[in-house]
Each structure stands twice: as C-alpha cells, then as structure tokens.
Design a binder for this molecule. Sequence first.
Ligand SMILES: C[S@@+](CC[C@H](N)C(=O)[O-])C[C@H]1O[C@@H](n2cnc3c(N)ncnc32)[C@H](O)[C@@H]1O
Length: 277
Amino acid sequence: MLSQTSVMEIHSENYRFLQEHVYSQTGIVLEGDKHYLFESRLTPIVRQLGLGSINDLCALLQATSKPDVKRQIAEAMTTNETYFFRDPAHYDAIRSILLPRLRDERRDTKRLRFWSAAASTGQEAYSLAMLLLEEGLGDWNIQILGTDFSSQVVERARTGKFQQIEVNRGLPAILQVKHFRRAGVEWQLSEAVRRMVSFETIDLRKSMRALGPFDLVFCRNVMIYFDAETKKQITKEIHGTLFRGGWLLLGGAETAFGVDEWFDRKSEGNATVYVAR
Ligand SMILES: C[S@@+](CC[C@H](N)C(=O)[O-])C[C@H]1O[C@@H](n2cnc3c(N)ncnc32)[C@H](O)[C@@H]1O
C-alpha cells in the first residue's frame, strides 16, 4: 500500500518541470501554489502506472519519451467545469438578436454554422442545438462543432450521455423531458439534437482558419488559463474563422487580449458580444 505522503510529495525541480510541461502541451499557465492541483489530478496516474510518487512520474517522463503519458498528464491538468445554458444572457442574446438577423440573411440557403471552442463535455454545444430546435430551425442545415484539447472530454461529449447531477445543472425541466431519455443511471440526448453537433480534439493554439466560416464562436472560460500572447493569437485566429458580423462570446469575467483590434464590443441585453469586423 502506497503511503499518501510519498505519492503526493513533489520536489521543487519536478514542480517546475510539470508547470513547463503543462504550459508547452496546452498553453495553460499554472502560477502560484498549485501543489494541491497537481497532487489531486496526477495521483490517479501515478497509481495507474504502478509508480510510487509524482516524483517517479517526472523521472519516467524525463528518462523516456512516453507521448501517451505526457498527453495524459496534460489532459489531467485541464479544468473541464461546464453546465447547460451557462451564462443565460448569451443564449437570450442569440435568441433575440442574432437568430432574427440570421433567419433573414440566410433564408435562401438555410445554412448556419457554430463553434463551441473549448467545449469540454459538450453542454455548451448541446444547449445551443436545443435552443435552435426550440426556435423552429429544425429544418435548417445547421452544423455545430465542439472542440477541446482533451480527448477524454471529447469522447464523453460524443456519447451525448449525461449523469443526473449534470442534467440538474442549468437544463430547464421542459427541455430535459423533450430531448433526453433515461439510459440506466444516465440520460441520453435525442438523435435530433445529437445529429446537429460533432466533436473534434483540437488545440486552440493551432491554426484554426480552415474550420470556418462560422456565424458564432463560443470561447468561454478558457482564456483565463492562458497568458496574454496566447490569448491574442487565439483571438486573432478565431476572428479569421468568423463571417464578418459574426459573434464571439467570451466567459462572463473574461477579456481576450487584443480583442478590440478585430472586434466591436457590443452590449446586447445583459450580454457582451464581440462582433467581427
Ligand atoms: C472550464 S472548461 C469551459 C467549458 C465551456 N466552454 C464552458 O464555458 O462551460 C475549459 C476547457 O478548455 C479546454 N482547454 C484548455 N486548454 C485548451 C487548449 N489549448 N485548446 C483547446 N481546449 C483547451 C479544457 O480541456 C476544458 O475542457
């Protein structure tokens, strides 16, 4: 039996090694004292590999290339908190401002494309799909792309299955009744919603222009983890994926460094939206 202290202890040079590893793999800056975060996220990997401590894990990475383990560590250090209809003011603005305009502009092609960047387990992308169905756009050609760095959350998102605790967060009861059915202890989203959404594993720091053009990009609650240079580069790339007049939505407390270079900031109801120039 491994003792708690031996697994958890991290030598200072290994702590710096892990910080640098996570930064180079994901762009996530882990400043200040994040010992508890490394300990809680990496101890399961230490145990799974049959190692004695996080220091052993660092020694393993330094001695051999082990790309799978490197990736596993980086993914374990991402924070995947999300829930249905997070920041309702954004969905209100989409319903009352963006969709009426798009309905008019696209009445001939009936084609709309949306991107949930940093989609985590998919609640953001699926919330949008449900909203679009509720707004009577079921017969339109709609594509919603959800992407995330973590292949683990992408795999979960693809299943369209959610636990009770997840459907209890932010999802109106009426939409649960309409779009979900029980699947054992989980809830399975309907085919009608799932076929509107697809998921890919994508690092936001890579060139993303080929993914577009989009009418709207959600990039919420992920910029907070990046430094100014990474934020600016991602904001510029996202701009390149949007139609002129397309919307970028950031998390409630977030700013994107340099956003004003490429976007007009507008208040729509209680939401701030960034409109691509
Ligand atoms: C807190 S969640 C946000 C989920 C959702 N957008 C929301 O606001 O509810 C942040 C997500 O960003 C992802 N992430 C972190 N670094 C990333 C990167 N370099 N490229 C793509 N996704 C990244 C994480 O894996 C995580 O799932």
